[in-house]
Design a protein around this ligand. Structure first.
Ligand SMILES: [Mn+2]
Length: 288
């Protein structure tokens, strides 16, 4: 196994920003004559992240590998600030500020729109046009094309400047940043982002889809419901939650599916499964 002074890591189950940031930092460090290697130790890379990266000329699979088993290996974390490694974390570049005391040699954690834009902004001359496009892409994906509250004005200005300078296809970047769900069959409503949760003796499951025009899938949706109710019965679930994100109006509808009932709730904003929907269900279930 080849040795490197620095191993760069994105977070577990890396998303587009983690992958792009790791790749760009490796490029940057190598150009500055550092021996650094970006490694993705995860066995599986999320299919959607794979497809998006490949569409912009980056193949994440190339970076999959085993981490060195050395106590003195130096690590650099991008897009996260906590990690158990056999070695020493010497640097962190992240955009999830924390009040925690971090004592690495180099620590840069600010409320940026993406880690990738933190790496490239101000150092554009060290990167190729294609690499800058990847940083723009990661910024669009991480902020849901600037609709997330994570969006920082300065980065929007930077993206616009790069798009102008390099004539990037902004409408394509915008659409890719929305991460629309490809729905070709009713089973996609079930399997997209499917997660199961256990609360006491109750099991629930949740999936979500993001579409530009929910009204266009309404016909499919009615057949999806019987499919979902069947799934609820077969898997002995207390509830199945389907979240539909309207990527034009930036609102969500949530369908609560049980074996005998379907209840719809509309939200005038985006809901987060992990932060809003599931905790609320957990409270209700545990109260009973
Ligand atoms: Mn990120």
């Amino acid at each position: 196994m080849e040795l490197f002074d620095y191993v760069i890591l994105g977070h577990k189950n890396p998303d587009v920003d983690s992958i792009v940031s790791g790749f760009l930092l490796e490029r940057y460090m190598n150009r500055c004559w550092y021996s650094a290697k970006f490694i993705i130790p995860d066995q599986v890379i999320d299919e959607e992240s794979l497809v998006i990266c490949r569409n912009y000329g980056l193949d994440p699979v190339k970076f999959q590998g085993v981490l060195p088993d050395r106590d003195d290996q130096k690590y650099i974390l991008v897009d996260h600030y906590e990690r158990d490694v056999s070695g020493k974390v010497v640097a962190i570049i992240d955009h999830h500020p924390t009040t925690q005391n971090i004592s690495t040699f180099f620590y840069h954690n600010e409320k940026a729109s993406s880690t990738a834009c933190m790496i490239v902004e101000g150092k554009e001359e060290s990167f190729t046009k294609e690499e800058i496009e990847l940083a723009v892409l990661a910024t669009m994906v991480d902020t849901v094309s600037f609709h997330s509250t994570k969006t920082r004005d300065k980065d929007v200005t930077w993206v616009k400047k790069m798009v102008d300078k390099y004539q990037f296809n902004y409408s394509k970047l915008y659409k890719d940043g929305l991460c629309l769900t490809d729905i070709s069959s009713v089973s996609d409503f079930l399997t997209h982002g499917l997660k199961e949760y256990q609360f006491g003796d109750k099991k629930i499951a949740a999936s979500y889809v993001s579409v530009l025009h929910p009204e266009q899938i309404s016909e499919m949706l009615s057949s999806a419901f019987s499919f979902l109710q069947n799934y609820v019965n077969c898997h002995d679930l207390a509830l199945f939650t389907l979240i539909i994100n309207d990527m034009t109006k930036f609102q969500s509808s949530v369908y609560y599916v049980t074996s005998g009932d379907i209840v719809k709730r509309d939200f005038e904003h985006f809901v987060s499964r992990g932060n809003d929907i599931i905790p609320e269900i957990e409270k209700k279930l545990l109260k009973k």
